[in-house]
Ligand binder design. Structure first.
Ligand code: PLP
Length: 415
């Protein structure tokens, strides 16, 4: 990541004025929202776009001659264009709107997986996957007689790349890995993983749920076959996500769901499929949220991802440095060299849920639990963790308050 002094600082106070939800008291204290890996807050431009759509343009898309439908369709497709630019896809047709990361992975597992996997094939995932990049592959592997293999992690929470290479074989048909871990923050060397997987003849799906708000994404440069992410983790609305897939693969894949919009022609005997991307967008989509999503991506573009990443890195370092000073009373989980702004930890002697409740009493929102990564928790021998995750609107003052709160709790537990 780039040094903040080289790329210029952001005016965080100005940015905070764009996020109305941040300006409230929780339990009598100013809200400190540090649950950004679960979902980010939305800028006012996104909220306005949602209201504007329902007040002025609401109509179903693609299937009518009237003006409102034409407007709704135009805005919906404009969002697809913005997504294409944001992830540097070569064509808009390669960008499919989904409900989110989870649906994108299920789509690939059920469509690509069902048509391509055979008995004896292997699907390779990593030990730090979110359940949504484990369970869909378990379901389809079981159905097709394929085997799921897992790339191990070291103590810092980094993938053991030698082991990854040993696991790759002509049997490997799909490598599905997370770009940045939601529980650990680890940024994986996905470009290297993609190149090595391709050399072994496997396709690659990248779970970009946590990476997309922090790291510039260029799917062509990465060379991945599939890339999935959720709008709500990139300052956009819930219920919207993107599946990017290479045209050649998407064209070969059968539909995931049947219904309106995804067909060319239907008879009672048989149906033919619509062009990309509509083949994979059955039924009325989440029109309003897709339209508003564009404004979230524009917010990130205008703010600048490099500047966002540099600011978040400063917050992360301040927090982890502070925690380290508390010595043995704190267990850090996820100490990889290359990380997004996520830090999991435990206060020794205190259940993470209790830490979360006590933080909430001080207006601090952190996440506690297994973070939908139960196998990862097992690997580190814990039931769950406390996780602080930082976004562009968080401040060093907030980190200071968080550290004071943690310090207070460590003293309480260890007195
Ligand atoms: N993958 C990762 C790494 C995540 O962090 C999440 C959500 O936390 C998901 C997948 C699932 O995302 P969604 O619930 O938006 O489908």
């Amino acid at each position: 990541m780039t040094n903040p002094s080289v790329i210029g600082r952001l005016d965080i106070e100005k940015i905070r004025t764009l996020f109305p939800v941040l300006h409230q008291q929780v339990n009598g204290k100013p809200l400190i929202y540090l649950d950004n890996a679960a979902t980010t807050q939305k800028p006012i431009s996104v909220l306005k776009a949602l209201g504007h759509y329902y007040q002025s343009d609401n109509a179903n898309i693609h299937r009518a001659a009237h003006t409102l439908a034409a407007r709704a369709t135009e805005y919906y497709e404009a969002s697809r264009h913005t997504v294409k630019e944001f992830i540097h896809a070569s064509e808009v047709e390669e960008c499919i709107f989904t409900k989110g990361t989870t649906e994108g992975i299920n789509l690939v597992a059920q469509s690509w997986g069902r048509s391509k996997l055979k008995v004896g094939d292997e699907v390779l995932i990593s030990g730090m996957e979110h359940h949504s990049n484990i369970v869909p592959w378990q379901l389809i592997s079981e159905e097709k007689g394929a085997t799921l293999r897992v790339i191990p992690m070291n103590e810092a929470g980094e993938l053991v790349m030698d082991e990854f290479e040993k696991l790759l074989s002509p049997k490997t048909k799909m490598v599905a890995v997370v770009y940045a871990s939601n529980a650990l923050g680890t940024i994986n060397p996905v470009k290297e993983i993609i190149a090595k997987s391709h050399a072994a003849g496997a396709k690659v799906l990248i779970d970009g749920a946590q990476a997309t708000s922090h790291i510039p994404i260029d799917v062509q440069d990465l060379g991945c076959d599939f890339f999935v992410f959720s709008a709500h983790k990139v300052y956009g609305p819930t219920g919207v996500g993107v599946l990017y897939g290479k045209r050649e693969l998407l064209q070969q894949m059968p539909p995931y769901q049947g219904g309106g919009e995804m067909i060319k022609e239907v008879t009672f005997e048989q149906s033919t499929w619509n062009e990309l991307p509509y083949k994979f967008e059955a039924g009325t989509p989440n029109i309003a949220d897709v339209i508003a999503f564009k404004y979230a991506l524009e917010f990130v573009n205008e703010t600048g991802k490099e500047k966002i990443a540099a600011h978040e890195k400063e917050l992360l370092l301040a927090f982890t440095d502070g925690l380290t000073k508390f010595g043995h009373t704190i267990q850090l989980i996820g100490t990889a060299a290359n990380k997004v702004s996520v830090q999991s930890f435990l206060i020794k002697g205190q259940h993470p849920f209790d830490t979360g409740m006590l933080m909430d009493a001080k207006g601090i929102a952190v996440r506690t639990g297994h973070h939908c990564t139960q196998p990862l928790m097992k690997r580190f021998g814990v039931e769950g963790t406390v996780r602080a995750s930082f976004a562009v609107y968080n401040t060093l003052d907030e980190v200071k308050v968080l550290l004071e709160a943690v310090h207070g709790l460590t003293k309480q537990v260890n007195k």
